[in-house]
Structures are given as C-alpha cells and as structure tokens.
Design a protein around this ligand. Structure first.
Ligand code: COA
Length: 328
C-alpha cells in the first residue's frame, strides 16, 4: 500500500515579551497609526537576551510531539527552517534542538528558504515519509529575527517578530497532503536579504535589509499566481478550501491575495496583527492559531501560501489529520 504523509499535529511558542507599535514611538520616528495602516501589525513578540532560536523551536516541538500522540524517540528526522540560526552556518539549529529533546543519532538539518521555509520543509517531509525513508518527521519554523534587525531602521524593524511553530508529519491513514509547489528566483536576491557576505574576511553584524515597496509588488503577484496554479493543477476551486493560511507579512498583501482569489473572511486566517512577520515560523504559527481557535479540525482542507527572501515561494494543499484541539 502506498504510504501517505499526513500532518498529525501543530503547535507554536511565542516568547513572553511583546513590543507594541506604541513602544516603538519612544525610540523611533514612527507611529502606531503609520504601522497599523501600512501593515495591519499591532504588536510582535521579542525573545529575551538569553533565549535563542533553538529554545523557541524546542518549546514548540515539545507541544507538537505531545499533540501527535507519539514519543519523542519516535521522531526520526528533525528539520528547522530559520534565517536567524543559533550559530552562523554550523552546527545547525536542528541539531541543537535534537540535543535539547534528548535525541541521540536522529537525522537533523536546517534549510534556508526565508519566509517560505515551512512549505519547503513540508515538501521534504512528505517525500521522506512517502518514500519510506522516515516515519515521523518534526518540522519547525523558528526565528529570533530580532537578532538580525537594525532597530534604528524604521522601514524594517517594525515589521518583524520572534516565535516558533512546529508540526509532525507522519506516515498514516489520513487524507494527507495533496500537493505542494515550491519555486525561487535569485534575480531578486538583493531586495530582501541579511547582509554579511561570508566571503568578506571581516565579520560584521548581520543585518536584515529590504526594499519594501519592490518586495510588495512581487509578493502580491507571486502569492496569488502560485496558489491559482496549484488549485488548477488539482482541479479544485477556492470554494473547496476550508482554510486559506497565507504567510503573515502584511495585512495589505493578505487582503489583496484574498480578494484576487475570491476567498471569504471565514476561509482566511489572519494573525499578523498579533505576531508581525515571523518569517519561517509565520505559517505554522498561523495554522496553530486556527487550531487553538477550533477553526482547524480533523479533515479540514488547508491551502498554505508563502513568499520570502530569495525570492522563494511555495504553496501547499493539505488536509489536517491531527486530533481536534478540544479533544487533546
Ligand atoms: N514609520 C513611519 N514612516 C515610515 C516608516 C515607519 N516605520 N517606514 C517607512 N516610512 C516612511 C518612508 O521613509 C517614506 O517616507 P518619505 O515618503 O518621506 O520618503 C514613506 O514612509 C513611504 O515609504 P514606502 O516604503 O514607500 O512605504 P510603503 O507604503 O511601501 O510601506 C512597507 C512600507 C514596508 C510597509 C511596504 O512596502 C511593505 O509592506 N512591503 C512588503 C514588506 C514585506 O512584507 N516583506 C516581507 C515579505 S516576506
């Protein structure tokens, strides 16, 4: 019998401290009104000095493993997507998380696909499970993005927040993952990047830089084109989708895509107001919001849609095959 990869659980973790738009007014030439109007963001969470990306990832992972009703040592692969890893290039954050989980000998590695990281990991996890190579894959999008932000640059620092979202993908008899599509275009590499070329001899602090206006234009087009492609390919209509869960970067981008695709507010998951853009963690955090609000229950069909630095993008059509939140 052909193995089917299924999303068995979802969980997230946010650090304690929030940074509101008003808080920025005390040290930056900006206002709550400007940020809210241009982005829809009201607040974001910021990790403490001593909290690393792996700590956020670990806390989300523990919950995801419990919710999947498996033991930690049933996990045979950990993948972390992040643009703010604990270490620069090595060891991977996935290896650090594996150690925190007490797992010795487990396969573990990171991927770099910016805000599209979750969709890329889902595609990898699906192939690993359906090929029979792995049974239970833990995928985690985690960011301490505050560590690569320049808090004197008002055009970028107000947009982002820290957090982590984790998910267990297992071989099971559920309805499973239907289809995933990912892509990239390196022509746009300088529009959204963390500058510090590893070819320069002198190490400077890493700093996220973005040409917001140009990113916006490509993002709205790519996000809507990619989901339309995936729906057409699978002969599905937007009305077949229970929940549309886009990357939470900016309310204006989400609203544009929602309108273009003709999706209702009931179908659309929006939480950018609470978390800001958490990059690779954004989609799993948003899935978890829907889950904990009781909107995402077993058997619901999700359409995931991501876009990020590179540029990278991806979309996924998948059922949720986990236990309903109220039955945990
Ligand atoms: N507070 C107040 N003013 C600000 C500001 C802030 N935080 N950031 C920028 N401005 C100013 C600019 O300096 C500019 O001033 P000027 O006209 O005097 O030069 C003005 O606001 C307009 O700047 P602009 O960059 O054209 O604004 P915008 O309408 O494009 O909005 C973004 C800026 C970043 C909100 C918007 O471009 C955006 O959302 N881009 C996509 C970003 C994104 O989601 N990236 C991640 C994708 S994964």
């Amino acid at each position: 019998m052909k193995l089917k990869a299924c999303i068995k659980s979802i969980a997230s973790y946010l650090p304690e401290k929030t940074l509101t738009n008003k808080d920025f007014e005390s040290f930056l030439d900006t206002s709550d009104e400007w940020i809210l109007k241009r982005t829809g963001i009201k607040q974001r969470y910021i990790a403490s000095e001593t909290e690393n990306t792996s700590d956020l990832a670990y806390k989300a992972a523990i919950k995801a493993i419990q919710r999947a009703k498996i033991q930690t040592n049933d996990i045979d692969l950990i993948i972390v997507a992040t643009l703010s890893p604990d270490y620069f290039t090595m060891p991977s954050t996935a290896v650090v998380v594996a150690n925190k989980l007490g797992l010795k000998g487990v396969s573990a590695f990171d991927i770099s696909a910016a805000c599209s990281g979750f969709i890329y990991m889902l595609e990898l996890a699906r192939s690993m499970v359906e090929s029979g190579a792995k049974k239970n894959v833990l995928i985690i999008g985690a960011e301490k993005i505050s560590s690569v932000l320049d808090y004197t640059d008002r055009t970028t620092c107000v947009l982002f927040g820290d957090g982590a979202g984790a998910c267990v993908v297992s071989a099971s008899e559920g309805k499973g993952i239907i289809d995933i599509h990912t892509g990239s275009d390196g022509e746009f590499k300088d529009l959204l990047c963390t500058k510090r070329s590893n070819q320069t001899k002198q190490l400077e602090p890493i700093k996220l830089e973005m040409k917001g206006n140009e990113v916006f234009k490509v993002a709205v087009k790519t996000l809507s084109d990619d989901v339309s492609y995936l729906l057409d390919k699978n002969k599905l209509k937007t009305s077949d989708i229970d929940l549309f869960i886009p990357h939470q970067a900016n309310l204006r981008i989400i609203s544009y895509v929602q309108e273009k695709l003709g999706l209702s507010d009931e179908q659309c998951v929006v939480c950018v107001d609470k978390f800001g853009n958490t990059s690779a963690a954004s989609i799993p955090i948003a899935i978890n919001e829907a889950y904990e609000q009781g909107r995402l229950t077993n058997g619901k069909l999700m359409l995931l849609d991501a876009f990020g630095g590179g540029f990278t993008w991806g979309s996924a059509l998948t059922y949720f095959d986990g236990i309903d939140y109220k039955n945990l």
